[in-house]
Design a protein around this ligand. Sequence first.
Ligand SMILES: Nc1ncnc2c1ncn2[C@@H]1O[C@H](COP(=O)(O)OP(=O)(O)OP(=O)(O)O)[C@@H](O)[C@H]1O
Length: 636
Amino acid sequence: MSTQQETHGFQTEVAQLLKLVTHSLYSNKEIFLRELVSNAADAADKLRYKALSDADLYEGDGELRVRLSFDKDAGTLTIADNGIGMTRDEVIEHLGTIAKSGTAEFFANLSGDAAKDSQLIGQFGVGFYSAFIVADKVTVRSRAAGQGADAGVQWESAGEGDYTVANIDKAGRGTEIILHLRDDEKEFLDEWRLKQIVSKYSDHISIPVEMWQEGEPEREQDGETIPATEGQWQAANKATALWTLSKSEISEEEYKEFYKHVAHDWEDPLLWSHNKVEGKQEYTSLLYIPAKAPFDMWNRDNKHGLKLYVQRVFIMDEAEQFLPQYLRFVKGLVDSNDLPLNVSREILQDSKVTQSLRTALTKRVLGMLDKMGRNNEEKYQQFWSQFGNVLKEGPAEDFANKEAIAKLLRFASTHNDSNVENVSLAAYIERMKEGQDKIYYIVADSYAAAKNSPHLELLKKKGIEVLLLSERIDEWLMNHLTEFDGKSLVSVTRGDLGLDDLSDEEMAEQEKQAEEHKPLLERVQEVLGDKIKEVKVSQRLTDSPACIVTDEQDMSSQMIKLMQAAGQEVPEVKPIFELNLNHPLVAKLEQEQDNQRFAQWAGLLLSQATLAERGSLNDPSEFVAQLNSLWLELSK
Ligand SMILES: Nc1ncnc2c1ncn2[C@@H]1O[C@H](COP(=O)(O)OP(=O)(O)OP(=O)(O)O)[C@@H](O)[C@H]1O
């Protein structure tokens, strides 16, 4: 009997997701079973955890399992678990809305192209809603552990705009999902097909997935009487938690499938590392690097972290204490023998065990990435393109591992004529010119702006490599990374390039030039006044007439932009104005007798240099006016 039936509309995002699920996921439709069995296993894990402090929740039935059954006549497939179950409110919340933040933006970005969107949707994770790949109606009957039989709830939907919920009686705790299969999906009403899917995808989840085995009547075989057997539920999977096995017992396929279960991802992982550690600390970790970044990796409240088990009992999901933020893309689990079973998030936070696990797991991840970087460049590039920018948060967050993180960084560089970020600091050092003791880089708004920056001119001419950085995070990164392997990292847009050792003769020549052209420098300083900090003969230009650079102690242009974008106040920073004395425009400037025109030329050069460096001017109309008035003068 059902009462209090209500009809609810799906949250817009769920309706969009359902449309996509039914239209784009046909090619791999059997995974619906993995998703539903995975949810059942999670529900069992949650009950086991809650029952640690309240054994009554088991209601006398502590054998947690999920059962598959089908009815050929009715065309239904049922997945029934005796896990934690759901209350009416939970059913409405979990099966009618998507709680992940950033969901609306995610849907706004879909293209409408089924093939592309199905890739994206895999990153998003459709979970329960994958039921609608094969079913045109889904009935969920659930009852939360610890409640009376009359606290059951039934949810039903055809996967279009709405669903119904009603109160029902349900004697057994847990959740039953009844799929009313579409006419062309009846292949799933088959014992062998189901067994095959279960062993392919769900062999190593922690609970048995059972199917009904019919009994056999007594029979004669080779003159012997074989007694009758009774029908019984039998596990179709191995049901041993994968990470408790030794590595040699686990196949690649099994690692990959297990990943999809823990990470709720649809794609194979890129890399994993499985380790049992004994001794002072005892734990097992199974850490995966996904192939693709999740849709919400840059969302501030993105949920991440490992699954935590204590002595093989599931304790919590998304335990973010075990890895630093800059490794938030790592998925997997840690199973500790040293933490208490009743550990809470608060206790975890302050625990020494957590601290040492975090240190060890961080090292492990950095180690596995380093190894991939050395052994498989192609795979590493795939990793870098997805997670490189997250890793760049590392040097600021994790001082102790700065050098190890720096080894993992990859940059675009003048060495390669391409924007691909594949140059490591170690590779740069190997190619350093004789006498060069610094690593040069530039941070600009785009790859093109970096590559074509006038600040690179002399270095290019001398064949000195410069790393070309153009991601938003790069300035932040370089602020925290001042040295690698004993070599300092130097921005070509700041202070001195420190090329002294490279070119004694040129340095002497420059000093001589500065002396000879002192009057010019003084005149420029006078007309530009407090717009600049200082005017100098440039060390770095060959083709451009002038550039601006930032004093060593001042905040760089990129940092100023970052802070402004974040709405923060920034101090005024005056540039050092550098002139290329070998440039004809500068020679012309020097010869200009008319003071007013001299001031206009100098102002124009400064505006141009500022534009090239910062991409914008404080007073663009002044620049336009300068340009126009000079044109007029010249065309007289
Ligand atoms: N068998 C079940 N027993 C109890 N709760 C369930 C069950 N199936 C689903 N749920 C609840 O519904 C929620 C939504 O499930 P769904 O599969 O859509 O997403 P998910 O498992 O949280 O994550 P993902 O979308 O990444 O798969 C779950 O988080 C859980 O709270």
